[in-house]
Design a protein around this ligand. Structure first.
Ligand SMILES: Nc1nc2c(c(=O)[nH]1)N[C@H]1C(S)=C(S)[C@@H](COP(=O)(O)O)O[C@H]1N2
Ligand SMILES: [Mo]
Length: 362
């Protein structure tokens, strides 16, 4: 478990637990986010795990319970590798906070996301050996970290529906970008649920449980839910609102920065776009006049089932103030809502409103 020191220019929101996002330039520079700049989202202290004594237990509604060491897991199941974007449900929350305050939640800008290649085994292969029972409509994960943010304090957990758990893309991963997973990103083993909010990709996983109902863990039953605007998240009972799963089509502008001054003339606008579920990005429109007229951005990255596509377009800006906005379209012809006001919710999740950047060209 080699530690990778993070870059000095990470945008650190909180040190304990550690919550930091990538600087925008890094996300724009390559399809794959370098490990030293990949965002970190934690709800408790990073647990100290010894890979040699760590075990993964698979149980609940299965024909045969399993207990696997990392060696056993690697010996017994074929390795799989895929490139997938991880995106926090709170990514771009700052845009919602600008509409109305969201106390107690991390004010993420657009860097609580990144794309990595992941190597591990398919959850499907492990579940096939355990044998999912007929009542097992969900598969739950439990991590080794204990979060004081939960009510009551408890390990971080999540669940996904059976059809997703049995789709081949969900991995139990021990490598990220060709390197051993680091403690911060979930070593020795983490779940990677491509296309779903980051919170379902449980780090430091120790238990996998097949169940008839979704997990009752705080982070599945109470947090990471889309509440209606009038609800008070502290008073809403577990199960309120909608549990977030597949990520809606979203995009952000990485360059130029909001509020910046640029030279009048040609300027390259760069961003990323991502759609979860089993959708992918097919088109990105960009406007330099707040959305009155649009142009097609060039999609830099090839279409890939579980990864974002970076995009770019050059506008020639005359002197003056300009509002640059973008909107992505996915393979189901869904696009992004115009304003953050329209998607504001009490916990500040899933802000996929058009990103807006104001620049002064001089
Ligand atoms: N055990 C555990 N797993 C977790 C979390 C956590 O706090 N504990 N955070 C989740 C959230 S909200 C996100 S967005 C991703 C972030 O993964 P990263 O820190 O590797 O970028 O991990 C998820 N898995
Ligand atoms: Mo998250």
């Amino acid at each position: 478990m080699t530690a990778v020191a993070k870059r000095q220019d990470m945008v650190v929101h909180q040190r304990d637990p550690l919550n930091a996002e990538s600087p925008p330039e890094v996300l724009g520079a390559a399809m794959q986010t370098p490990l030293d700049a990949f965002y970190m989202r934690n709800h408790g202290p990073v647990p100290k795990l010894d890979a040699s004594t760590w075990r993964l237990r698979v149980g609940g509604d299965v024909d045969c319970e399993l207990e696997l060491s990392l060696d056993k897991l690697q010996e017994r199941f074929p390795p799989r590798e895929l490139t997938a974007t991880l995106q926090c449900a709170g990514n771009r929350r700052a845009g919602l906070i600008a509409v109305r305050d969201i106390p107690g939640e991390v004010p993420w800008r657009g860097g609580a996301t990144g794309t990595a290649s992941w190597r591990g085994v398919a959850l499907r292969d492990v579940l096939a050996v355990a044998g999912l029972g007929s009542e097992a409509k969900y598969v739950a994960f439990l991590g080794a970290d204990v979060s004081e943010e939960a009510d009551p304090p408890q390990p971080f957990g999540a669940s996904i529906p059976r059809h997703k758990a049995m789709a081949g893309e969900v991995l139990l991963a021990w490598q990220m970008n060709g390197r051993p997973l680091t403690p911060l990103h979930g070593a020795p083993l983490r779940v990677v649920v491509p296309g779903y909010i980051g919170a379902r990709s449980v780090k430091w996983v120790t238990e996998i449980t097949a169940r008839a109902e979704p997990s009752e863990n705080y982070f599945q039953a109470s947090a990471y839910r889309l509440l209606t605007p009038e609800l008070d998240p502290d008073l809403a009972p577990p199960g309120s609102g909608v549990a977030l799963g597949a990520i809606a089509v979203n995009a952000d502008i990485l360059s130029p920065a909001d509020g910046s001054t640029v030279a009048a003339g040609p300027i390259e606008i760069i961003g990323y776009a991502f759609a979860g579920g089993d959708r992918h990005i097919v088109r990105v429109d960009v406007s330099d006049d707040g959305g009155a007229r649009w142009r097609q951005a060039e999609l830099i990255d090839p279409p890939a089932p579980w990864a974002w596509r970076r995009w770019r377009v050059t506008f020639t800006l005359p002197q003056g103030r300009h509002q640059i906005v973008a909107r992505a379209w996915d393979s189901a012809a869904a696009t992004q809502p115009e304003r953050a006001e329209h998607v504001w919710n009490p916990k500040g999740y899933a802000n996929n409103a058009w990103p807006r950047v104001n620049v002064d060209a001089v």
